[in-house]
Design a protein around this ligand. Structure first.
Ligand SMILES: [Zn+2]
Length: 289
């Protein structure tokens, strides 16, 4: 058994995951955003709440730029985490093998192993939530690069990006849940949100799908994946309202035959993807220990 911890911008989800990817027990806490010390303390206590005697390893998915080789969390857009030897620090606190990875990479690994990507050789996942994250699995292995897929430029000099990102025209500027909230206020008026657009199956979502298609088209041109999985709270709720318009743009932008052959699917593991992926990262840490 492994413990997995999915650190989000607003909540910490910790749970026990078995070898088949089944989540057994979870606890949820608020993410402290006041200081890095408070955040690390909260993560430690979340793990201790689910810890049992038979836990062999702990894995974390964190919304931070992450150097997998050194275990260093370099900096995050939405939480106070900067230049921390994250895995080492948690290993010292918990006295167990600890693995850590970017949360989008962890979710991609979970979908590849137990979800929409079962049986694939390679996939790209984009999670459309508060921000836009993602991960890449190539030739059966997680591609451990930067993987900040939400910060690809899709419109030069476009809309400003979110949080601590200084960029413009990024995928996150157009396809995140927060971007969809802004779109909702523009087309439905003050107080409207992305949820209203989804409930009304509003045609404005075609615009979001259009931008998403441009992002996916470029990813297909670089990586040529078999499958692109769309997850995250907003992404899975909007589903085909985004995927249908995205397909048309992918066909235009991605070179043949990759553009015709790539499959699009919605994530299957729902809100547990990050947690299950984190536990898989913990398994890798155990194997390496
Ligand atoms: Zn950005």
């Amino acid at each position: 058994m492994r413990a997995g911890i999915d650190l989000g911008g607003t909540k910490i989800l910790a749970g026990i995951v078995d070898a088949d990817g089944k989540v057994e027990r979870t606890v949820q806490d608020r993410t402290p955003t006041t200081s890095q010390a408070a955040l690390l303390d909260a993560l430690e206590s979340a793990v201790r709440e689910v810890l049992e005697d038979d836990i062999a390893a702990v894995g974390f998915g964190i919304p931070s730029r992450f150097d997998y080789r050194t275990g260093l969390a370099l900096g995050a857009v939405n939480i106070p985490l900067r230049d921390v030897p994250f895995a080492e620090e948690m290993q010292r606190r918990l006295d167990l093998p600890v693995g850590a990875d970017n949360d989008g990479s962890a979710a991609a690994l979970a979908e590849f192993t137990f979800g929409a990507g079962r049986g694939c050789r390679d996939l790209i996942m984009l999670t459309l939530g508060t921000g836009v994250g993602g991960g890449i699995v190539l030739d059966g292995r997680p591609f451990r690069a930067w993987a900040e897929l939400g910060h690809m430029v899709i419109v030069v000099d476009g809309e400003p990006c979110q949080g601590a990102c200084s960029g413009r025209g990024h995928v996150e500027s157009y396809c995140s849940g927060l971007a969809a909230d802004r779109l909702a206020r523009r087309v439905l008026g003050d107080g409207a949100s992305a949820r209203d657009l989804v409930e009304q199956e509003h045609p404005a979502l075609e615009e979001v799908g259009h931008y998403l298609g441009a992002a996916i088209g470029s990813l297909v041109n670089v990586f040529g994946p078999e499958l692109v999985v769309i997850g995250g709270g907003f992404g899975t709720a909007a589903g085909n309202l985004l995927l249908d318009p995205a397909r048309a743009v992918i066909l235009r932008e991605a070179l043949a035959p990759a553009g015709q052959e790539v499959r699009l699917a919605l994530a299957e593991l729902g809100k547990d993807a990050g947690l299950i992926g984190a536990a898989l990262v913990g398994r890798e840490a155990l194997a390496a220990a």
